[in-house]
Each structure stands twice: as C-alpha cells, then as structure tokens.
Design a protein around this ligand. Sequence first.
Ligand SMILES: Nc1ncnc2c1ncn2[C@@H]1O[C@H](COP(=O)(O)OP(=O)(O)OP(=O)(O)O)[C@@H](O)[C@H]1O
Ligand SMILES: [Mg+2]
Length: 523
Amino acid sequence: MLVKVDTAAVQGLQAIPVTTEVYATRGVQFYLVGLPDNAVKESHERIVAAIQNSGYRFPIQSITVNLTPADLKKEGSAYDLPIAIGILATADEISHDRLGKYLMVGELSLDGSLLPIRGALPIAIMARKQGYEGLIVPKGNIREAAVVNNIKVYGASNIQEVIDLLNNKEGAIEPTEIDTRKDFYDRQNHFELDFSDVRGQESVKRAMEVAAAGGHNLIMIGPPGSGKSMIAKRLPTILPPLSLSESLETTQIHSVAGKLNCNTSLIAQRPFRSPHHTISQVALVGGGQNPQPGEISLAHNGVLFLDELPEFSRTVLEVLRQPLEDRVINVSRARYAVTYPASFMFVASMNPCPCGYYGDPTHHCTCTPGRIQQYMSKISGPLLDRIDIHCEIQAVPFAQLSQMQPGEPSAAIRERVIRARNIQTERFRSLPSGRAGVGAVHCNAQMSEKMLHEFAEPDAASLDMLRMAMERLKLSARAYSRILKVARTIADLAGSEKVQSMHIAEAIGYRNLDRGDWAERGV
Ligand SMILES: Nc1ncnc2c1ncn2[C@@H]1O[C@H](COP(=O)(O)OP(=O)(O)OP(=O)(O)O)[C@@H](O)[C@H]1O
Ligand SMILES: [Mg+2]
C-alpha cells in the first residue's frame, strides 16, 4: 500500500514542498531514501519507539520511505512526524481521505511527544501559498506559525493528537488563532532598558542619536567601566520601531535559526546581537554543514555589537566587510548556495590601548605609542572605513554619578530620530534602486558618492573650513565623505535643508581614529 504525506524542507529562508511517500509490502525491512542526512536516517528508531509508546503497533512489513524531490538534501528531524503518520496510515490506523489537506512537520520524542523544529514560519508561509487547508506543527512552534493567516494552524503536543485530528475524532485539537498584529504593536514600545539610566555622557548619547538617525555605524573608544556596553545595549530603544514587513523578515531568520522562544510570534523590537569575541567565522556570517544564518543575519534590521573589537580574530573581522557593504551575505559551499539578509547597524567598542587608560585623566596609561599603534592596527583600515562615527568616552566618576539626575528618556530621543528618518525617506523615495543585488537607499549612511554631491554638498565657507580642519587634524582622505554623510544627518536632525558649517564641525569631531596623531596625544 502507498500513502503520501506532505511536508517541507527549508533552504536558506525558503520552505520547499516535500512529499513523504510510504510504501508497505511483505517483508521486514525499513528503507529510507531521498537524500536524507544522518538526523533523518536516525528517525527510524525514534518513530518505532514513538508509535509503540503511543499504544500502536509498528507494522511488521517491509516499509520504504521516499522523500521527494529526491535531489533536494533533507536535513534535521522535522520529517519524523510525516513519516510516522505515513506508516500508521499504511496500517489503516489513519483515514486516508483527509491526509492530503494537511502539511505537517515535527520531531518525535521516544514517548510520542512532538518537539519544536526550525523554520516553522517560512513553512507556514509556503503552506498557505500552496493552498493547504491546515498546517500541523509541534506546540512549541505554534506562535511563530500562527503569524500566517488564511490557513488553519494546529499545534500538537504529541502524535496521538495528530492521529485524532486526521481521524476527525470528537474533541480533537482546534486551530490556534492569535492576534499577532495586536500582540506585535503591544510589545513594540516596552523596553527593559532606557537611555535615562545613563547619567551624564551627553556627547556619547548625542553621537548615538546621530548614528541612529542616519543609520551610521559607530565605534566607541573608552576605558573599562566607562559605560560602553551599557550605552550600546540601549541603542534599539531609540531606533525607529520595526515595521510589520521588517519584523516578518527578521522573524523568519530567527525561525530558521531555531532562535525564537516558544512565547514569541513576531519579533517586535529591533534585535541586538552581541557575540563574544571568540566567535567563529561561520557563527558570525552563517553557513556550516547544514547552512544556518549567522549573527549578522540574526541582527538583520537591528544592531550588531562587537564589544572589545580588537579581541576578535582578524579573519572574522575581514568577513564582515562584504555584508557591511551589500547588506546581504552569500554563503556558498560545494553543495549549496544560499543568501541571507544582513542589513544591520554595526556598533563596536574598544579600549584606547592595551592597558585601557590611554587619555584617561584619572589613570596613568602604561602603554608606549608603539604598543598603542600596534593595538589600533588590529582593526584593519577597510573595516574602519565602514564606520562613520568614532566617539571617545570617558568614565563618569562615581561620586558624580550618584548625584546626577536621570538622563533624557529614550522615547524623547527616538522621536527626534524618527523625524530625521522621515526626512530621509522623502529624500530617497524617488531614487531608483542601487546596484544589482543591493537594495534601495533608506538612510544617509547608505548614500553613494554621487548622492553625497547631490544631497550633502556644503557651501563654499563650510568647504574651506573642512579643508582646513582636515589639514590641521591630519585627517585621512577617507574621512572626507564620512564627514559629509554624518553632517547630512546632523542637518536632518536640526531640520535644516542645507548642510551648514556647524553640522560639518560636529561631524569632524566624530573622526578621532582618522587623526594622524591618535597615538601621540597626551603622551
Ligand atoms: N554614565 C553612567 N550612568 C550610569 N551608570 C553607569 C555609567 N557609566 C557606567 N555605569 C555603570 O558602570 C557599569 C559598567 O559599565 P559598562 O560595562 O557599560 O562599561 P564598559 O565601558 O563596557 O566597560 P568594559 O570596557 O570593562 O567592558 C554599568 O553597568 C553601570 O552600572
Ligand atoms: Mg563592556
């Protein structure tokens, strides 16, 4: 007897239809074909135990399971459920007539319960597109799968509940309905952290505001304990709220990576990813044997924070350059090529020197200029080139901290950021999309050289000032366009149509690391 059960594979961020064909005939063999990986091959043992522990007999027959299309690599344990259901259907434990209406995925535990799988959201999107009446997922995946409407989504705790549903038994599980939009908007503005927790540090907060307003990458340089990590973590609270479509993109990536917790449907706040400096290249950019999105894609539409930047390995930092430019990452190996979105704000922090106290008024720095230069050179020029704002930070002395008033709340800063972003949206609305494969320009940080001339050209007086400052501060040539970009954002924050000399002056202050005399000051 031949039974077909529909299921899905996930490749990149796409779900692809897969059919589980189960053929039972005389004999006592079990064959699994259709390019399965080891996790799929091991499903046999799980399925036998799950079926028997759910009170059914595993049919004593020769069973062949074929996963089609055969040329698509099948990975993971999500095929356990469709294979088990197919086997039970060949034994007539399940009525065949409703099987074709459902798409199902799920990993079986030995006692028959269902465990969550990766990629439930893209699978739900595909199932709706294919016109299935219902989708059956493990209960742990129900909130992410239920994001998709116009399809009945069932969350099953165990295989018995799936059998009862397929047999149309009274009291069988009902489809889950969650008002995901309401839930999304409710959670959007509830942050655990707030900029008002940061006392003093007005100039760093201002730099953060400018960075958020123009989508500029930023690096903070300061001694230990000066609040670098504390400030970076609060950046998502002043970025414009995620739109529904941005959230859907980000949630899909987290769904495929298996990083959504079971209480989450749509991700409502911009992600903040802060990988440790021992992270591997694959974990940062994605890939691996069974390709998975890396940290840079998990940070899509949010913030990637690399704390203690010089501690990261040079090769890991080098692979960041391409996605910082293209806002996508292409991972190709012999067997596959996938593209993951990776549009994020890059924020880094570092100490100014190996001992951490170079330039600190209260501590003596023990590093020689040579050692400081060596430390700085750990971050390559091309990477630094992609960071628009360099901002120095000094620790607020403890005695002062306790007396200071709470700072301005994030909501107030965010309002100004949103206003500046709206100006940019208007500015770039009519532009054609950029180079092939690169999305449209949304914010000042993404402007090309040509756009800089069009939108951020300073007047003659400002230009003179900029030239003089560049000479006096020994700024490198690459600083020039960065300064103009940031000045454009500062002008937008001020509601000024023209880039004026005061905007340029502030932007020049954000190029500390380009200064030729960086390692010579104060020594
Ligand atoms: N301006 C500030 N306002 C309030 N608290 C502060 C401020 N600066 C520092 N702190 C306190 O000091 C702690 C240490 O700050 P944080 O860990 O962010 O420093 P850091 O610069 O990242 O240090 P490191 O280089 O050691 O990582 C914070 O958790 C916070 O409690
Ligand atoms: Mg820190």
